[in-house]
Design a protein around this ligand. Structure first.
Ligand code: NAG
Ligand code: NAG
Ligand code: NAG
Ligand code: NAG
Length: 510
């Protein structure tokens, strides 16, 4: 299993657990990975797109949606937010399903710890102000004069006026707040106040980075845009404002769940991913239980077939807090591990009630940003599938790195994906193409309490799941559609990833 990042803790095969529990005499029967792989190749037919698609059932998707809704509603918060029993139950459920195929998949759990904000207090010149602890920043009790950091504080130069012992005041946006916090720390500041760039509080906000090579972090508090701007005006007018910020945090363990076919070439991997958490507002069944379930269903049905290339499935934790699960995975994987991933596909929002079939613009033809070589080919294959095999219309959506594929993109991995739409509004043209209502959001329940099992369009959902199955089967058979794996291709991938992430800074609403 040398093809796995070394930090991944391999879960015990449920099979061996079962054997130990039933009869010790059977222990010698545990097959090696090689035996298991040979058996799969001997006993099962090589996967084909149409055969894999044919065994996917709407009824299974709906049954699993009802189950996920039940997991959320069985908890006091009625959601599957990271750090809650509803999310842990989701992780356990994914493991229990995929663990039933321990002779087909090797299953890994990747644990990481998130420090979530619990409570915070702030005074400015002894006057109290509402504040929320920023997650992933350390807890602390700090006092110092406020220094305003211009240009949203994404570069060292923005921190030129910061004096040791001060607390920086900076606006949200343009880069992850973890970058601002690390730069503040490097400049000698003892704390950071970040103010919102939209109306509303910064409750539940985090640094959006688990590990940064740029330095250590200082305690941070989030305040409203109005209060932030008012403080900025006072500081810029020359007033000395002494801030006193105290925060507490709580460490929460969470897990990425990863399953890889025992069979197939582990040096050439097709990587399919979605994520397992929801927002606080509700059960999150379209957003993004639907992606979780589509992947589970494809992974379940794939066990009826053999593969030439290894297929890896991942269910990430903490997408909403800043793509943390995927970010953590990429931060822990060596470049040589990442180079084995020929293509990473990401799936969220697979069942929007007022859907459109949206393909990420991997070739940059619609929005001008193309991904690393392989991303364009992934887009073209999705589109060919929709147009020629499924007979469906599709649109393209911007490939901006704002979902779990973002960290992979930045590491030079070819990526792609499809979605059905979130809070965006369906156009008149799209209503002609897909039916549904123009002028209404693709998902009116996006991030709200009504995103439960009644909020899915099962017709759209099965089509999206079939598209996932098509890509899984196609690349499990061969990577002929992708550019060859050469040193030159790798250099090009890395250069394009860098160009893309440089351009992306300044655009993203972190
Ligand atoms: C903030 O103040 C409240 C009320 O005094 C207190 O209960 C809480 O522990 C304080 N939290 C921090 C982090 O100082
Ligand atoms: C669900 O997926 C959408 C689209 O990728 C993303 O914008 C949203 O933040 C995700 N929601 C959660 C709760 O992770
Ligand atoms: C595709 O969109 C066109 C309108 O642009 C529409 O006339 C046609 O019926 C749509 N096809 C399908 C399969 O929905
Ligand atoms: C799901 O949400 C809808 C709309 O808010 C609501 O009418 C329905 O009762 C909810 N389902 C359950 C099981 O609570």
């Amino acid at each position: 299993m040398q093809s796995w990042p070394s930090i991944l803790v391999k879960m015990k095969f449920l099979q061996s657990i079962g054997l130990a529990a039933t009869a010790a005499a059977l222990v010698s029967a545990v097959p090696t990975a090689q035996d298991a792989s040979a058996k799969i190749a001997r006993d099962l037919p090589l996967v084909e797109s149409n055969k894999l698609r044919r065994v996917l059932l709407r009824s299974e998707l709906l049954k699993k949606a009802a189950h996920l809704e039940g997991l959320a509603y069985a908890t006091p918060n009625r959601n599957r937010l990271i750090g809650t029993p509803g999310h842990q139950a989701t992780i356990d459920w994914i493991k229990s399903i995929i663990g039933g195929f321990s002779d087909y998949y090797t299953i890994y759990e990747q644990k990481f710890t998130l420090s979530l904000g619990v409570s915070a207090n702030l005074t400015n010149n002894a006057v109290p102000m509402e504040v929320f602890a920023v997650g992933l920043a350390p807890a602390g009790d700090v006092t110092g004069p406020l220094v305003y950091v211009p240009n949203l504080g994404c570069t060292t130069a923005d921190f030129a006026k910061v004096t040791p012992g001060s607390i920086v005041l900076v606006g949200r946006g343009n880069c992850k707040s973890g970058i601002k916090d690390a730069l503040a720390s490097t400049a000698g500041a003892v704390g950071m106040l970040v103010y919102n760039n939209v109306e509303g509080s910064l409750e539940g906000y985090g640094l959006q980075l688990i590990a940064t090579k740029e330095g250590s972090y200082v305690p941070a508090g989030g305040i409203s845009m109005a209060e932030g701007k008012a403080l900025q005006a006072r500081v810029e007018a020359g007033e000395t404002v002494v801030a006193h910020l105290s925060t507490t945090t709580e460490d929460t363990d969470t897990y990425n769940v990863i399953a890889e076919t025992i069979a197939g070439d582990h040096d050439n991997v097709i990587f399919m991913s979605g994520h397992s958490d929801s927002v606080a507002a509700g059960p999150g069944i379209n957003d993004n239980g639907s992606g979780t379930i589509s992947l589970l269903e494809v992974a379940t049905q794939l066990t009826k077939f053999s593969v030439k290339n290894a297929v890896r499935f991942a269910w990430w934790a903490a997408e909403e807090e800043g793509l943390l699960g995927a970010d953590y995975y990429v931060s822990q994987a060596s470049q040589s591990e990442l180079d084995k991933i020929r293509l990473m596909l990401d799936f969220d929002m697979m069942a929007s009630p007022n859907y459109a079939y949206q393909v990420y613009d991997g070739d940059g033809s619609a929005y001008g940003e193309s991904g690393p070589p392989g991303s364009a080919e992934a887009e073209h294959e999705f589109e060919r599938y929709f147009a020629q095999e499924a007979g469906l219309n599709f649109t393209t959506i911007e490939f901006d790195g704002r979902s779990d594929y973002g960290p992979f993109l930045a590491a030079g991995v070819a990526t792609g994906g499809i979605a059905c739409g979130a809070e965006g509004i369906k156009t008149v043209e799209e209503a002609a193409m897909f039916g549904g209502k123009a002028g209404v959001a693709y998902d009116v329940c996006y991030h709200s309490a009504c995103d439960n099992a009644s909020n899915v369009n099962v017709g759209a959902w099965i089509q999206m799941t079939k598209a996932i199955a098509h890509m899984t089967a196609t690349f499990a058979r061969s990577f002929d559609l992708l550019p060859p794996k050469t040193v030159q291709a790798k250099a090009k991938r890395m250069a394009m990833a860098k160009a893309m992430s440089d351009k992306a800074t300044g655009k993203l609403d972190w």
